[in-house]
Write a protein that binds this ligand. Structure first.
Ligand SMILES: NC(=O)c1ccc[n+]([C@@H]2O[C@H](COP(=O)([O-])OP(=O)(O)OC[C@H]3O[C@@H](n4cnc5c(N)ncnc54)[C@H](O)[C@@H]3O)[C@@H](O)[C@H]2O)c1
Length: 437
């Protein structure tokens, strides 16, 4: 049945699109456009923030009015990109590490994109929500239970929206498998594996030999501090926060050796860098148990000499998917044989990929950067809760602290906090959120 624009707004068919937002002069889902674009501010324009800046500016009816980075060279470079792509000069903030708060006072910023080092993510997100800005934040969303709880409170009291920019959920295969799980192709899903193995020792040191923020993190902490790439897609496949939740986990890691070996290779056995004792091991394996009795295995490997390897699997009562093997559906697939996944990925292709594959492939990370930014922009445009909301951000990000605690107690089980206040029990409590089906 066709639905008119008027009915759409009246019935709120896609959730809470505010008339005020439409009145603000942006285009709605029906493509009704007016003159003023959505105005973004960006905090952190290093490697990732600069990449996302260009993806953002390529999305129609968007502009960047302000940029903050303590690193003046990075800031100037980002300002030049906006000037080149939009013909306007955004305001720059680089006085000190809290100058972003001055940027948040601006009236010409509707939403803020955060891509700084991780320790700032939760505090900056909370500050931006309190300043009445929508937020899109890079991964993970924060570290501690306290700051993630404060973030949730800021989101719930501000009336603005928050999205965790977890691009790995938007990979073509991961979105098709999400469709398959929603359509019950695998039956009830009960087990999943996810892994992010990427030899990134080159990110430990600055060119002058000092530690980068990642190097500091790896020196001072252990545990899986980068779990959202792994856990994000499988959480959606298993209905985490929608009928289930993470209950507890156990974690083991190998005794650190590779970070030291890399430091010796790069700076020499007698160097200061060779004396650094890194706490992060090369392989960190976590098992998560859920309230509904499901199990997830999460592997994180930042240092091993190994081609970059990101893989996922999900198993259900009728069959399963393994990105390394294929798809098996009992009674459909040949007995005891994996089928080529591609046949299923085409059949269950997500509408995002059906409609905008070519555009996505121009962006980074296999097209996922385009879709994650497009959903962020849509969240702002529609004034509506996103698919990956603040509750997902908190549940996925707290894995780091819980794995750390488990490691400190000989891999003991550690309870995982519930950030939804029990709302996870109702599988449809987020039915008005955006959902890429
Ligand atoms: N989703 C992905 O695929 C992906 C890929 C890479 C990085 N990331 C995430 O993106 C974030 C940035 O990573 P990166 O590789 O670009 O790091 P980076 O070090 O290259 O850039 C970080 C930038 O933030 C700035 N900054 C830090 N604290 C600041 C403050 N208080 N105020 C203003 N500016 C500040 C730094 O000066 C720097 O320019 C990290 O959280 C990382 O986890 C995500």
């Amino acid at each position: 049945m066709a639905i008119s624009r008027r009915d759409f707004l009246k019935k709120g068919a896609f959730g809470a699109i505010s008339v005020a937002m439409l009145g603000n002069g942006v285009s709605d889902l029906f493509g009704q456009k007016s003159s003023s674009p959505l105005r973004f501010g960006i905090i952190g324009v290093g490697s990732r923030g600069t990449g996302l800046l260009t993806v953002l500016l390529n999305i129609p009816n968007t502009t960047v009015t302000a940029i903050c980075d303590m690193n003046k060279a990075n800031l100037d470079n980002a300002i030049k990109i906006v000037e080149k792509m939009k013909g306007t000069t955004p305001a720059g903030y680089s006085k000190d590490e809290y100058d972003y708060r001055n940027m948040l006072k601006r009236d010409d910023v509707d939403a803020v994109l955060i891509a700084t080092s991780i320790k700032w993510h939760a505090i900056m997100s909370s500050d931006a929500l309190k300043a009445n800005k929508h937020v899109g934040c890079e991964v993970p969303g924060g570290y501690t239970e306290e700051e993630l709880t404060r973030l949730i409170k800021a989101r719930e009291t501000s009336g603005r929206h928050y999205m965790l920019l977890e691009n790995y959920n938007y990979f073509r295969a991961n979105m098709a498998v999400y469709n398959m799980t929603q359509k019950g192709v695998f039956g009830e899903t009960y087990f999943a594996e996810c892994a992010y193995l990427h030899e990134t020792d080159f990110l430990n040191f600055n060119p002058d030999g000092s530690l980068t923020w990642r190097g500091e993190l790896r020196k001072n902490t252990h545990g899986n501090w980068y779990a959202t790439h792994e856990i994000g897609p499988v959480s959606k496949w298993l209905g985490i926060n929608e009928g289930d939740r993470f209950k507890y986990l156990v974690c083991m890691q190998t005794e650190p050796r590779m970070a030291h070996i890399h430091a010796v290779q790069k700076f020499g056995a007698q160097s200061e860098q060779a004396k650094i004792k890194f706490k992060t091991g090369e392989m960190i394996t976590t098992l998560i148990y859920t309230e509904m009795g499901k199990v997830i295995r999460v592997d994180f490997g930042p240092f091993s000499p190994h081609p970059q390897s990101v893989y996922y699997s999900v198993q259900g009562t009728k069959g399963g998917y393994d990105s390394r093997a294929g798809v098996y559906i009992e009674g459909v697939s040949p007995n005891e044989k994996w089928e080529d996944a591609e046949k299923y990925l085409v059949k269950y292709e997500n509408s995002y990929w059906q409609q905008e594959k070519a555009k996505a492939e121009e962006a980074g990370h296999g097209g996922s950067d385009y879709f994650v930014m497009r959903d962020f922009v849509e969240m702002v445009r529609q004034d509506r809760e996103p698919w990956i909301d603040v509750y997902d951000s908190a549940a996925w990000s707290i894995i780091y602290k819980c794995t750390q605690t488990s490691l400190e107690h000989k891999s003991a089980p550690v309870d995982i906090p519930d950030f939804t206040g029990g709302r996870w029990k109702d599988a449809s409590w987020r039915k008005d959120n955006m959902k890429p089906l």
